[in-house]
Design a protein around this ligand. Sequence first.
Ligand code: FNR
Length: 182
Amino acid sequence: MTTQIVVFVGSLSKESINRKLAQAVVKLAPADFAVEFAEIGDLPHYNRDDDAQQAGAVRRVKAQIAQADGLLFVTPEYNRSIPSVLKNVIDHGSRPYGDNSWAGKPAGILGTSPGGIGSAIAQQHLRGILASQGIKVLAQPDAYLQFRDGLLTDDGQVGEGSRAFLQAWVDAFAQWVLAHKA
Ligand code: FNR
């Protein structure tokens, strides 16, 4: 049976290094894992006044979360935290009150930055936010990736120097998801 993974990239940039990382990393997943990327750029700003009539894009993302066996968050660090677009989808998914789409889902976090700490502060903030939603976040191994030449190849694969490290991360993530599969 297929295991369904939904990926949330915390960047809307066409040139996003985090999207490129996510696209390369999912190629390391087991063959029976089906991966889809959630579209979060068309979500309105979360407004609790809309809880009773959520927008179509919000209902689409909540349905995507509901049918996921596992979630992968790949986030940049913006001003020492997560980008607002990522917080926005988390807020949407958590509502209306009593209908939290995130609760109980297993998840992993990755992120990359040109800076030396490789999105570590954003990832740490994200851990706390996801835990508050009842998401079961893989604790170890963690991966704070500095984006530099060679991390990814021109044809969108994980580079040789990081292959073993990221394959081990994906293997642990896959085990984590399977262990929590409903
Ligand atoms: C950044 N960047 C950044 N990098 C970092 O390591 N720590 C930080 O706090 C920030 N802050 C920050 C704020 C804003 C508004 C921008 C636009 C950028 C740099 C950031 O890591 C870099 O632009 C990445 O390329 C962003 O990831 P994506 O969008 O390419 O996936």
